[in-house]
Design a protein around this ligand. Structure first.
Ligand code: FES
Length: 112
């Protein structure tokens, strides 16, 4: 008869929650998904069950334009044809080429 029992003590040290990418339309949360480094915003949207329309998927047409509400989606050094300084000032980002850097909230609509 076994005289010992094994106890597994799991002590997850959660200092910070894993980053999440959230998609909103106004105040309405449409979906959210864990942040996957290297994935584009459109790929995150698919994971979250949210549709962001695309066309060129190369940063040219602006179809996938969203508004960054919180967090970082770094811009390329040279702005792609689908963005300009004015749009960037309005926090526009392109979902097809923009890659979230950690926690991010976006409105799936372009800046007004
Ligand atoms: S789909 Fe054309 S800029 Fe993103």
């Amino acid at each position: 008869m076994p005289a010992h029992s094994v106890t597994t003590e799991e002590t997850p040290e959660k200092h910070a929650l894993p980053p999440v990418v959230r998609f909103l339309q106004g105040a309405k949360l449409l979906g959210q998904t864990p942040h996957v480094p290297g994935n584009t915003l459109v790929e995150h949207a698919e994971d979250a069950g949210v549709h962001i329309p695309t066309n060129c998927t190369s940063g040219t047409c602006g179809t996938c334009m969203v508004t960054l509400l919180y967090g970082e989606i770094p811009l390329p050094e040279v702005l792609p044809p689908g963005l300009d300084d004015y749009l960037v000032e309005g926090c526009a980002r392109l979902g097809c080429i923009g890659k979230p850097d950690g926690d991010v909230d976006v409105d799936i609509r372009p800046p007004l």
